[in-house]
Design a protein around this ligand. Structure first.
Ligand code: ATP
Length: 341
């Protein structure tokens, strides 16, 4: 019988609860310091204690996962704590497409895939000399917005960059990705694509709360002007959101174009959960600055289902449970290789 495994962090509780609801065995690879937390939840059948998540590559861990016929669900912690090469070398079947995670971590590849998907992507700026208007400077990888900063000229950029290097948030030789800043309403669109029935499901949308950029709006302009301070975009949490119904058709089209381009560029394509992240501008036009090619933590707010998954399923359907359902279906029809890499 197939089982579901994941690393103990990010959205592990949602993923394993969903798997249990679908009647599957659940396994958690947990850092020893977090075991105490995860032991509180009865839906976790087995915990593999490790000192670091990289041990998921070690023989001991691999053989437990193999013995349980486990499918490993990748999430943000896997990407943040392991290199692309390590992820690609995982021998346990990984849900979705492990090869596309390289495209998520590398800003140039990321931009290429978004452009090939015909998404409106904010203009990237090749070097600080070319900064003409407000830009955001970002580190590569899933840094979660920490150490990102805004700048409106080369001088402003260099000044802030130097301060962040001194604070140890950026390495001196680190290349940053510079992109035009789009003002509007941020939205993080959550999807699931099933390669078994070749359909795209729009699962939900969330807002992120980022510190301390959000706090700026609470301070009068007079005080802001006097501050010699660089605000950051460190994600603290998520909250739910619904979109105007008139925007939904485009939301589906955005997801479908992304799935189609992924199939072409990075086989077997964008299977399973993913998220397209961006901003609706003053004309309601969606600008995508980012994607996540795996489950995002924003789905944690919909453990009982979202306003959109409710339209598709009669049972409360979290993203974690949807993943487990796909695994169960694939296992029954002997198609696990179609949903894993
Ligand atoms: P994660 O991996 O957690 O998704 P990340 O490190 O890949 O984050 P982004 O999602 O690209 O970083 O950016 C972090 C935050 O910065 C966004 O949530 C958003 O608030 C802001 N942001 C990024 N790009 C833009 C942009 N072009 N215009 C406006 N805001 C932006």
């Amino acid at each position: 019988m197939v089982s579901v495994a994941t690393l103990g962090s990010h959205c592990a509780l949602q993923v394993l609860k969903g798997a249990k609801d679908e009647g599957l065995k659940t396994i958690l690879v947990s850092e020893k310091k977090r075991e105490r937390l995860y032991k509180r939840f009865s839906f976790i059948d087995e915990v593999i204690p490790v000192d670091s998540f990289e041990e998921v590559l070690d023989k001991k861990c691999v053989s437990i996962l193999e013995r349980n016929d486990a499918v490993l669900i990748p999430h943000g912690t896997l990407i943040a704590q392991m290199s692309t090469r390590q992820i690609e070398s995982i021998t346990t079947p990984v849900f979705g497409n492990k090869w596309i995670l390289r495209w998520e971590s590398d800003r140039k590849l990321k931009e290429q895939l978004m452009k090939e998907s015909d998404l409106n992507v904010p203009q990237s700026v090749p070097n600080p000399k070319k900064i003409k208007r407000l830009v955001i400077a970002k580190r590569h990888g899933a840094a979660g917005g920490k150490g990102y900063f805004l700048a409106s000229s080369e001088k402003d950029y260099l000044k802030k960059r130097n301060i962040l290097v001194k604070q140890g948030l950026i390495k001196g030789d680190q290349d940053l990705y510079i992109q035009e800043y789009v003002m509007g309403v941020l939205a993080y669109l959550q999807y699931f694509y099933s390669p078994l029935n070749e359909t795209l499901e729009f699962f939900g949308v969330d807002k992120r709360h980022e510190s301390d950029i959000e706090g700026l709006a609470r301070i009068p302009a007079q005080q802001q002007l006097g501050m010699d301070y660089i605000s950051s975009f460190n994600v603290i949490g998520n909250s739910s959101m619904v979109l105007r119904e008139s925007l939904l058709d485009e939301v589906y089209q955005i997801g479908e174009r992304f799935v189609k381009a992924s199939k072409r560029l990075v086989k077997p394509g964008m299977n399973g959960p993913f998220c397209i992240e961006g901003v609706y501008d003053q004309d309601g036009k969606f600008w995508s600055f980012e994607f996540s090619a795996r489950i995002v933590a924003g789905t944690n707010i919909y453990m009982e289902g979202s306003p959109y998954s409710t339209l598709l399923y009669d049972t409360p359907m979290s993203m974690g449970r949807r993943i487990a359902r796909e695994i169960k279906l694939a296992s029954k029809s002997k198609k696990i290789e179609k949903i894993t890499t």
